[in-house]
Design a protein around this ligand. Sequence first.
Ligand code: WQD
Length: 340
Amino acid sequence: MDRKTVLVSGGAGYIGSHVTVELNEAGYEVIIADNFSNCDKTNYNGVCAICGKQFPLIEMDFCDLNAVRKLFSENKIDAVIHFAAFKAVGESVAEPLKYYTNNLNSFLNILQVSKEKGCNVLFSSSATVYGEPDSLPVNEKSERKPCTSPYGNSKQICEDFLRDCVNAYPQIKGIALRYFNPIGAHPSALIGELPRGVPQNLVPYITQTAIGKRECLSIFGNDYPTEDGTCLRDYIDIVDLAKVHVCAVSRMLKGEMKQPYEIFNVGTGRPLSVLELVTTFEKVNGLKLNYKIAPRRDGDVCAVWCDPSLAEKELGWKASRSIEDTLRSAWQWERRLAGK
Ligand code: WQD
């Protein structure tokens, strides 16, 4: 049978590398494109080791329209999954032009060429588009709130770009996946999250504290109106999250979409507090974490978790890895990075 080819932009990054493994396992040809602006070759090499093959690797910048055109002309691409973007919320507030220039232009170029070639587009969006929700859990019909960061804004704008292009150009079909909080690593510990500098996200901060790279985890606020006073989030395992991309790509390529533009939440539907997550990490890995309660972090919402039932109904996908296994995998990955 003719194998379909999926282009993964940002395929050497945290999510892109896990998605590549799952696409390969499902029988797709994968082309990885990355400019390595925010990662090195660790995850690319890990993906090749897990799959036992070398994936085509194109080093390029999606902001270069000619390079995107060349890539699509030289390869028959059936679908593109777009991850190549900057993603640090705080940095985006300090450097909005960097974020808008990169995140919007790269996606516009993908849409332009997808229109020229007739290609399916899967966009990696974020729960951040919901802001502080009026009611929980959020479903896909919940209102998108004004974003508090240029990063979040860029996700909202790209969703709108995709919707408008799909409406205008029948040769493009699009799916936006709104991720909640992706965490963990591949069970092989060959790929995982590689934050640059001081981690902004909770789980890499925890693992780096546990390994001794950071002295103490600050828990941002214990006076929120939740049971233990810390924030609630919907932590989604990275391998589970990777698998939903296979379901979404297959739905697009098999012509099973109910509408030409579709949106799905990607989460577990189970809220977990920061303290619960820390305690579970300690328990499953048999260690004690040095942490303290610190003031709230600017811009944090108190609670957000999703209703993932649409993805289950339409894509046949449901998160299945336990939080215990996910937190074990995060620790294994950190230990491997440290050579321990
Ligand atoms: C989770 C919880 C913190 C660090 C952000 C983006 C979102 C998505 C994922 C993708 C919060 C608390 C954290 C720490 C802590 N981006 N925390 N101490 O803020 O929910 O979502 O990352 O690229 O768009 O907004 O994730 O992991 O930063 O925080 O107490 O050192 O952990 O306050 O309650 P967040 P996070």
